[in-house]
Design a protein around this ligand. Structure first.
Ligand SMILES: [Zn+2]
Ligand SMILES: [Zn+2]
Length: 347
C-alpha cells in the first residue's frame, strides 16, 4: 500500500515558516493505524510553535509536522492492531503512558514518568492522512458527530479542570477565553455552576463566552477584576477559579477575589515563574491551588463523550472557523489573532 498525503510542516526555527509537504506514507508498522483526517483543530501548542516563542524553540527541532487534535476515519491497520477497524471514527489522546512506572501503577498515567507525546512522535494531523499508534486512538462512539471529534482532546482539558473541583451552584471565574477557557465556561454551565464570570482581552471571545453561558464578562485592559464584578459577586467572591490565560497579573487579580476555602485550577502554563503571598491566601485563606496536565486517562474521555452527547451543538459553537487545509497560513494567523474560537482545518 502506498498513498500520498499533504501535511503542514513547521519548516524552520523561525516565526511562522509553515509549508505544505506532499509525501508518501510508507508501509504501516504492526501497531500503526492509517487515519483519513476529517477535521483537525489548531491548539495553543501549535500556536507556540507557529510563533516560535522561547518554549517552542527549547522544545522542538524543525522540520516537524504539526497538529494533534483531529477526528477521522480508520482506513488501514497494521498486522497486530485489534481494537479499531476500517471505517471506525476516531480521535486521539495525545499522551501515551508507559503503563509500568509508579505513576502509571497509581492510576496516574497522565503524569507517567516516561510519558510520550503525540507532538514529539513525528506524526501531525494537519494532513489528508496520518499514521497513529493504536494505543493513542479513541473510538468516537455512536451519537457523536464526526464533526465534533476534533473537540474531544482540548475539551478534555477543560472538563478535567472543571471536574477536579465542585462547580455545582458555585460562583465560577474563568480567566482567559481562548478555546480552553471557552470550553470551561460551557462545561461549568453544563455541570450546574451558579454564576459564571469570564475575562479576556478580545471582545470577540468575550461575546462567545456569553453565548456559551457566562453571566458576566470583563475586559481586564479596561477595568480591574474587582471593579468589574457585580455587587453581590464582589461580596461573595469566587468559589472556583479556572485559570487559562497564563498571565501572572490575571492570576494575582483572581487570587485576590477568591473566597476563603476556594479552589483555583490552573489549566495553562504561566508565562514565567512568580511568587504569591502564601500566608495570606493559602494558609490564612485556605485557598487550594491545583494544576491539571491534560486529561485523566481514560476517565476524562468518558466524561467528554457524555458531555458531547448532551451538549454537542452548544460546545460546537467554540469551533468558529473552518478552512480548507491549503489555507493553513490564514488559519494560523486567524487563530493567533484572538478573533476566533477554535480554528479547524479540513482536508
Ligand atoms: Zn491540543
Ligand atoms: Zn508510566
Amino acid at each position: 500500500m502506498s498513498i500520498d498525503t499533504r501535511s503542514v510542516f513547521k519548516e524552520a526555527a523561525a516565526p511562522r515558516s509553515l509549508g505544505l509537504r506532499r509525501q508518501p506514507i510508507a508501509a504501516l508498522g504492526p501497531h500503526d493505524v492509517l487515519v483519513r483526517i476529517h477535521s483537525a483543530s489548531i491548539c495553543g501548542t501549535d500556536l507556540h510553535i507557529y510563533k516560535w516563542n522561547e518554549w517552542a524553540a527549547h522544545s522542538y527541532r524543525p522540520p516537524l509536522p504539526l497538529g494533534h487534535e483531529f477526528g477521522g476515519t480508520v482506513v488501514g491497520t497494521g498486522a497486530a492492531v485489534t481494537r479499531v477497524h476500517a471505517g471506525d471514527i476516531v480521535s486521539a489522546e495525545t499522551h501515551l503512558p508507559c503503563g509500568e512506572c509508579r505513576q502509571c501503577r497509581l492510576g496516574r498515567g497522565h503524569t507517567c514518568d516516561n510519558l510520550r507525546l503525540f507532538s514529539r512522535m513525528g506524526l501531525g494531523c494537519f494532513a489528508d492522512h496520518t499514521v497513529v499508534p493504536e494505543a493513542l486512538l479513541r473510538l468516537v462512539p455512536d451519537g457523536i458527530a464526526v464533526d465534533f471529534a476534533t473537540m474531544m482532546e482540548p475539551l478534555g482539558v477543560s472538563v478535567r479542570a472543571v471536574t477536579e473541583v465542585s462547580v455545582t451552584g458555585a460562583n465560577v471565574l474563568v480567566v482567559g477565553c481562548g478555546p480552553i477557557g471557552l470550553f470551561a465556561v460551557a462545561a461549568a454551565r453544563a455541570y450546574g455552576a451558579g454564576r459564571i464570570m469570564a475575562t479576556d482581552l478580545a471582545a470577540y471571545r468575550r461575546a462567545l463566552a456569553q453565548r456559551l453561558g457566562a453571566d458576566v464578562v470583563a475586559d481586564p485592559a479596561r477595568q480591574s477584576l474587582g471593579d468589574a464584578m457585580p455587587a453581590q459577586l464582589a461580596r461573595e467572591k469566587f468559589d472556583v477559579v479556572i485559570e487559562t490565560s497564563g498571565s501572572e497579573q490575571a492570576f494575582q487579580d483572581a487570587l485576590a477575589q477568591t473566597r476563603k476555602g476556594g479552589d483555583i485550577v490552573f489549566a495553562s502554563l504561566p508565562e514565567r515563574s512568580f511568587s504569591i503571598d502564601m500566608a495570606r491566601h493559602v494558609i490564612l485563606g485556605e485557598i487550594t491551588l491545583r494544576g491539571v496536565y491534560g486529561r485523566r486517562l481514560d476517565q476524562t474521555w468518558l466524561q467528554v463523550e457524555t458531555l458531547l452527547r448532551t451538549h454537542g451543538p452548544q460546545l460546537a459553537q467554540v469551533m468558529t472557523h473552518r478552512l480548507p487545509l491549503a489555507d493553513f497560513d490564514a488559519a494560523f494567523a486567524l487563530a493567533a489573532s484572538g478573533e476566533a474560537g477554535k480554528v479547524v482545518l479540513q482536508p
